[in-house]
Design a protein around this ligand. Structure first.
Ligand code: ZN
Length: 301
């Protein structure tokens, strides 16, 4: 199979590389091949055709998709939901109640992405409105029974964004992390913080990571990127990483003059390491966006 990658031992959960920003191994969507099929995470709008091809490889008709679950409405997670909802007529799109309105009317969301991403905005695809009657608003705690024992629980995990959800598949104890557990770079076996504006919140993020640890998942399924089979260690590492990242930016701000200088210092420190992962424009984008989220958080706290 070219598009659907089987995850071993999970009996019907598949990874689809969404080819985010044209990169391999950076964005993932997942398909749960159950009597009621589900798509978890949808990539950017231009990822939808890849997910539809993966369904076809699995012998699943778009009619069989019952649920499209998105962790939050940032476009690299929910941008594909519009075109997938159009292609899958029986699917309900489920998102947190605080984010769902942005899927119905994406104008504000698009503006917020444009503000956060600057020159990278052109890589974020489109946002097609989703009809309100196709949406299910979640608050966390809801259970989706897909058949053959697959049951997915929505877990409210604010911090990266106030409307963030993780999804926990209870039969295989697989946790779809969205952006709540960081960006995992498999080739380097490294975790990176994901702390974008406008609403990153350190305390909420740390509480969410603790909540995820308490679920005792057997594996993490990162949206960025892929599977990891040591969840407790990875979640603990992420909590420490977040605290160190925020502390570093707090202290740079005290030493340096202006937020531009803080970002420049971070770019000099982390840029060379990240160049193996991204092209230089992407490196600058990732570092300055995640720094900006922390700076805005520090302004509020
Ligand atoms: Zn996000």
């Amino acid at each position: 199979m070219e598009y659907a990658r089987e995850l071993e031992g999970l009996g019907g959960i598949y990874l689809v590389d969404t080819n985010q920003f044209g990169l391999e191994g950076y964005g993932a969507a997942y398909i749960v091949d159950a009597p009621v099929a589900a798509i978890v995470e949808t990539g950017l709008s231009y990822s939808a055709p890849r997910i539809l091809r993966a369904l076809a490889e699995l012998g699943l008709s778009p009619d069989e998709v019952g649920f499209i679950l998105v962790s939050h409405v940032h476009l690299d997670h929910a941008g594909g939901a519009g075109p997938l909802a159009q292609a899958c007529p029986n699917a309900t799109v489920a998102a947190h109640e605080r984010g769902a309105k942005h899927l119905v009317k994406p104008a504000y969301l698009v503006k917020s992405v444009r503000d956060a991403t600057g020159p990278m905005f052109c890589h974020y695809g489109q946002a097609a409105p989703i009809p309100r009657e196709r949406l299910l608003e979640l608050e966390g705690g809801e259970l989706f029974s897909l058949g053959e024992g697959f049951q997915i629980r929505a877990i409210a995990t604010p911090g990266h964004a106030p409307h963030h959800l993780c999804f926990f598949e209870q039969k295989t104890r697989s946790l779809f992390t969205g952006d709540a557990a960081g960006i995992y770079w498999p080739e380097a076996d490294r975790l990176l913080p994901t702390t974008p504006p406008p609403s990153f919140d350190l305390e909420r993020s740390l509480e969410s990571v603790q909540l995820l640890r308490a679920l005792k998942p057997e594996r993490l399924l990162y949206t960025h990127f892929g599977e990891h089979d040591r969840p407790a260690a990875m979640l603990q590492t992420y909590a420490k990483l977040l605290q160190d990242w925020v502390e570093e930016i707090r202290s740079l701000r005290k030493q340096l003059r202006g937020d531009g200088a803080v970002k420049q210092a971070l770019l000099e420190e982390y840029g060379p390491f990240l160049e193996g992962l991204y092209d230089p424009q992407m490196v600058e984008h990732e570092i300055t966006m995640n720094a900006q989220g922390v700076l805005q958080y520090l302004d509020r706290s």
